[in-house]
Design a protein around this ligand. Structure first.
Ligand SMILES: *Cc1c(COP(=O)(O)O)cnc(C)c1O
Length: 372
């Protein structure tokens, strides 16, 4: 059997029509009609056009511009999700901000609103929150938004993994004053690499565009009054994105089917699936397992067994508060034991590639079962 992978790109052919148009019009440079249309189409998908989207070369660059728009300056405290991919929080450092990490809750694995409140008690000067929806599962948005509003803080929403997931019918990526999505190769849809910044107002989008295009002032010559970046998305890449976007809901449905098959197959084992709230619809980007507390099997045992059999699994994202690079940064939790360290110690990600056949998934399931 071929190697079974965690999550890879799935292309359909519709992408090629848009890419071909870019070639036919000899417009393969950055910016251009595919970028404009991709932005419009994504904004419509998310919020019927109430979002101002900016296509960029990565989700990380989108997060960087979000942090700049939020006004983070050297020495500013920024309250961040602790259990996530480093790209969520690195851009805070680009601007000289200081991350304070906030523990997760057990119902969605995302930032705990109680821990966030506690972090604001400790750091009342904090003005920005960076929140992630891990593995495509929406966080407790009503509570998180309420805490942010109570403290007058700007919310940055990292929806890199959660595109198409909804919370009480509202798309993730539309809650933050600034939000981002990613089209990296392993995400639910991909452009091979790319991202989008999502703003609530046009002025912010325009300011981000200015920074993303080398901060060129309006003048007959090259005039610069601020430091800029080259963060643009190419018109070719945006064409891939437009074709992929046509298949986003289909990808989501296939991801959910994979999750449901794992869920049914593991009934009776001392494990549970990554949880979500009843009034949310995750995009099920990655199916994850949490091994029961009293069970002696470790995630590494399962991951090693999968690897021996040509199956790619992954540990849960190692919390940022446990990363050497963020040594000395504060971490705020409400329970005695850190919730996210516990999930990290007992969890793992299973192959969730939508091209995986039922037979292949059954094979993965049988290997997991053999570990218990
Ligand atoms: C992938 C990812 C990013 C970064 O996106 P890129 O497009 O790869 O730069 C940021 N945050 C999270 C949670 C991600 O999974």
């Amino acid at each position: 059997m071929a190697k079974i992978l965690l999550s890879t790109a799935t292309v359909h052919g519709d992408e090629l029509a848009f890419v071909k148009e870019a070639f036919d019009k000899n417009w393969i440079a950055p910016l251009g009609f595919n970028c404009d249309n991709f932005e419009k189409e994504l904004a419509d998908y998310l919020s019927q056009g109430e979002t101002y989207a900016l296509s960029l070369c990565s989700g990380t660059s989108a997060l960087h511009l979000a942090v700049k728009l939020a006004g983070v300056k050297r020495g500013d405290i920024v309250l961040c999700s602790d259990m996530t991919f480093a790209a969520t929080v690195n851009p805070v450092s680009y601007e000289g901000g200081v991350q304070v990490f906030v523990d997760s809750e057990r119902e969605t694995w995302n930032m705990s609103p109680e821990a966030l409140e506690k972090a604001f008690q400790k750091y009342p000067e904090a003005k920005v929150v960076v929140l992630v929806h891990l593995y495509g599962t929406p966080a407790k948005m009503d509570e998180i938004v309420a805490v942010c509003e109570r403290h007058g803080a700007t919310l940055i929403e990292d929806a890199a993994e959660s595109l198409s997931a909804t919370y009480k019918g509202k798309q993730t990526g539309t809650f933050g004053k600034y939000s981002i999505v990613s089209f990296n190769g392993n995400k639910i849809i991909t452009t091979s690499g790319g991202g989008m910044l999502l703003c609530k107002d046009k002025a912010s989008r325009d300011k981000a565009f200015f920074w993303a295009t080398q901060a060129r002032e309006k003048a007959p010559w090259y005039q610069h009054e601020e430091i800029g970046y080259n963060y643009r998305m190419s018109n070719v890449v945006a064409g891939i994105g437009r074709g992929q976007l046509m298949h986003l809901d289909e990808h989501r449905d296939r991801k959910e089917k994979i999750y449901r098959r794992y869920e049914a197959a593991f009934k009776g084992l001392p494990v549970s699936m990554n949880p979500y709230l009843p009034d949310t619809k995750p995009n099920f980007w990655l199916s994850c397992l949490l091994i029961d507390k009293d069970c002696k099997v470790s995630p590494m045992t399962v991951l090693d067994k999968l690897a021996e059999n040509g199956v790619e699994g992954r540990p849960i994202w190692k919390p940022m508060s446990m990363q050497p690079v963020f040594k000395g940064h504060d971490f705020v939790k409400v329970e005695e034991e850190a919730v996210d360290a516990d999930i990290f110690a007992r969890g793992l990600c299973l192959p969730s590639d939508i091209k995986m056949t039922e037979e292949e998934q059954d094979y993965v399931i049988s290997i997991v079962k053999s570990c218990f």
